[in-house]
Design a protein around this ligand. Structure first.
Ligand SMILES: NC(=O)c1ccc[n+]([C@@H]2O[C@H](COP(=O)([O-])OP(=O)(O)OC[C@H]3O[C@@H](n4cnc5c(N)ncnc54)[C@H](O)[C@@H]3O)[C@@H](O)[C@H]2O)c1
Length: 264
């Protein structure tokens, strides 16, 4: 730490790339396309992972795949819409590892379809409960131990949908992902004095995870994206950067990982 509390950046660590040796990392949504990709990249960088998902069996299978390649990963069921379940997830990490260095809050309902004039009330509640409140319950669950440790990182997975609408995607999703940006800014401001860095990554459509896209939709999106559809890997790389040495002086940002879809 410097005199003002900013974490020091050590050139040797930077030169090694984004190593996460000895870091304890929770990844929610780890059974899904982006979450599993993040988990595998973090494991390869040396992190010890707790993979949390409502699809517990799938999360366990990803943990076993990581372990088979020599990585360190365990799994736990979580329903992020339930604050008690999020607290139980954090408690398992504390019980088994003694600290939580990084939370990657990736679980969510990806880009549900819907027209504003016909959205069911339950749809709005479900998307906001999962994609916005769910991220908050997970953050809230890890704040106490991170404050005690005077150290931690939170990385939320937002979306380009937090910045722009689309003809097919539900406005509840736009609202939830815009809320992720506000959550990031507010938490960053309040947690930085405690040594905790908070950021979000905002992907464009990966093309091969989450809400399935037709070939026609993929072709249309790819044609309008300067860099094409990138899959989940660019999101994992952005998370690695924010979690590792390179992210030591970065907090309160929403990192645009949209293949050039939006500027800013
Ligand atoms: N796929 C994309 O193109 C894209 C683009 C931008 C942002 N995102 C965001 O990235 C995140 C991951 O998306 P993905 O493409 O991997 O989708 P995915 O559907 O493959 O994965 C989502 C995961 O979240 C889990 N999940 C859903 N509700 C949950 C709950 N209540 N509690 C615990 N786990 C729950 C699911 O079981 C699943 O494993 C989402 O937040 C999504 O909105 C995705």
């Amino acid at each position: 730490m410097t005199a003002k509390g900013a974490p020091a950046i050590d050139a040797a660590g930077l030169a090694q790339g984004a190593r996460l040796d000895d870091k304890i990392v929770i990844v929610t949504g780890a059974a899904g396309g982006i979450g599993a990709c993040i988990a595998k990249h973090f494991a390869a960088a040396g992190a010890t992972l707790l993979l949390a998902d409502i699809q517990a069996d799938h999360a366990t299978a990803i943990a076993q795949e990581i372990a088979a390649r020599g990585g360190r990963a365990a799994s736990t069921p979580v329903d992020i819409t339930d604050p008690d379940s999020a607290r139980a997830m954090a408690a398992i990490a504390m019980r088994d590892y003694g600290r939580i260095d990084v939370l990657v809050a990736c679980a969510g309902i990806d880009a549900p379809r819907g027209q504003a004039w016909s959205l069911a009330d339950a749809h709005w509640r479900n998307v906001i409960d999962t994609d916005l409140s769910g991220a908050w319950w997970c953050a809230k669950a890890v704040i106490p131990s991170m404050i005690r440790a005077r150290s931690g990182r939170m990385i939320f997975i937002g979306s380009v949908a937090g910045r722009r609408g689309s003809l097919g995607t539900s406005v509840a999703y736009n609202a939830a992902k815009a809320g992720i940006a506000g959550l990031t800014f507010g938490l960053a401001r309040q947690l930085e004095p405690h040594g905790i860095l908070v950021n979000a990554v905002a992907p464009g459509p990966t093309g091969n995870t989450g809400e399935p896209m037709t070939d026609e939709e993929k072709a249309r999106e790819a044609a309008t994206y300067p860099l094409g559809l990138g899959g989940p890997e660019p999101v994992a790389h952005a998370c690695l950067y924010l979690a590792g040495q390179g992210g030591n002086w970065i907090s309160g940002t929403v990192l645009n990982v949209s293949g050039g879809r939006w500027q800013g």
